[in-house]
Design a protein around this ligand. Structure first.
Ligand SMILES: [Zn+2]
Length: 402
């Protein structure tokens, strides 16, 4: 009996102690949570990571709710630029990893590094003069930390970019020039490699000084080598016409003090893989020629074509998500060409062609005339026609820069 009573009492004591322990645990946890909430209130919440690309730079913007301090450091192999934002916490909605794949940065990752530090890591191989981190107050959000990578200019007068451009990878889903049955539409839709990928390349708005002197102009003579392009009724090839006009225009531009980057100067493919290159590889090689030399503008020359000989005229194309400058370039070029050649003006149109999309500067693709039209084939195969076309394009480029 006594024994049993003692056990019961001990049991009661045990339960009471468990209750107290439990209370301490629960209270303790609640207290810790309250302390965190209080601390979080004084911390900056990092609510978004935004990435944009322009011709000269990749910009990463971190949106925060409060002004904070941050530390920038560099890790190597591979090089990463690290920004530790102090007294900050990462909103759960923020995407933790974003692929950039620009000329200046590969990717950005963000994570809660410890209880009060948010760490941002940017994979980028640019040199120390080619990245910059700075705060911005006000505007759309209370506080922003901006990370710029690229040709940043500034007091140094524009540090030359020192990075190793890696070949861009295009998703296998992208369609090259070989796609499409093309019973409708003109050659432009068929042979210029409409980019089937869903990514949106954002192009920035450049500011130019007037005049041609010192400008870097990339000229792309469409097609070449194994790719003849369209063929006219008497056998004149598109690749031949585009090269003749490009070479003539090159001379005129050089005479006015511009430097000219030619994607090709002979009847050949541009990719080092030559005829073995895929459509995308070939088109990317053309883009790289302009991108690697930081050309001011990129002009791709083509001849239009249709299944019958009736359509004629000149069309200027610009990238659908491109800069206003790209659109203006297409307009200036096609209008000046029309004035010089006497062709019909088919206007300027937006497009998703590979070379105007994947070049980093204002770019236009010009269908100078229809090679499938007897009259325009004859015109563009003549010495006079080639000279007129080059003169028109020169005038267009001149008025583009103003
Ligand atoms: Zn073409």
């Amino acid at each position: 009996m006594q024994y049993c009573e003692k056990r019961a009492w001990l049991g009661l004591l045990g339960r009471a102690m468990l209750f107290i322990a439990g209370f301490v645990l629960i209270f303790g946890a609640a207290h810790a949570e309250a302390a965190f909430a209080e601390r979080a209130g004084s911390m900056s919440e990092i609510k978004a990571v935004r990435v944009s690309n322009s011709a000269d730079k990749t910009r990463i913007v971190l949106d925060g709710t409060k002004e904070t301090s941050y530390k920038v450091s560099v890790l190597s192999n591979p090089q990463r630029i690290v920004v530790d934002i102090q007294n900050a916490w990462l909103s759960p909605d923020v995407k933790k990893s974003t692929t950039i794949d620009s000329r200046f940065a590969k990717a950005v990752r963000i994570a809660q590094h410890d209880t009060s530090t948010v760490r941002v890591v940017v994979e980028s191989s640019v040199g120390k003069n080619n990245y910059k981190v700075f705060p911005l107050k006000g505007g759309s959000t209370a506080y922003r930390i901006v990370l710029d990578f690229g040709n940043l200019g500034g007091s140094s007068g524009g540090a030359a970019i020192d990075f190793n451009p890696k070949p861009k990878e295009e998703s296998a889903g992208s369609t090259g020039g070989s796609s499409g049955t093309a019973t409708t539409g003109t050659a432009a839709e068929k042979d210029n490699g409409t980019d089937g990928s869903t990514d949106v390349v954002v192009k920035g708005e450049p500011v130019f000084t007037p005049g041609l002197k010192g400008k870097i102009i990339a000229l792309d003579a469409g097609h070449g080598g194994s790719d003849v392009g369209a063929i006219g009724p008497t056998g004149v090839t598109e690749k031949g016409v585009t090269l003749r006009v490009a070479l003539e225009l090159q001379k005129k531009l050089i005479a006015e003090g511009a430097s000219v980057i030619m994607t090709r100067t002979t009847d050949t493919e541009v990719s080092p893989k030559k005829a073995k290159a895929s459509d995308i590889e070939e088109l990317q090689a053309r883009c790289d020629a302009g991108n690697d030399k930081n050309a001011d503008i990129f002009v791709s020359l083509h001849m239009d074509s249709f299944t019958n000989s009736s359509p004629s005229g000149t069309t200027g194309y610009y990238y659908v998500n491109g800069s206003k400058a790209g659109r203006r370039l297409a307009k200036e070029l096609s209008e000046a060409l029309v004035a010089e050649l006497g062709t019909g003006n088919r206007g300027t149109k937006s497009c998703n062609f590979y070379v105007v999309k994947h070049t980093t500067m204002p770019a236009a693709l010009i269908e100078m005339a229809f090679i499938s039209n007897d009259k325009e084939e004859r015109l563009m195969n003549s010495e006079a026609g080639v000279k007129k076309a080059a003169e028109g394009l020169l005038k267009g480029i001149r008025s583009f820069f103003g």
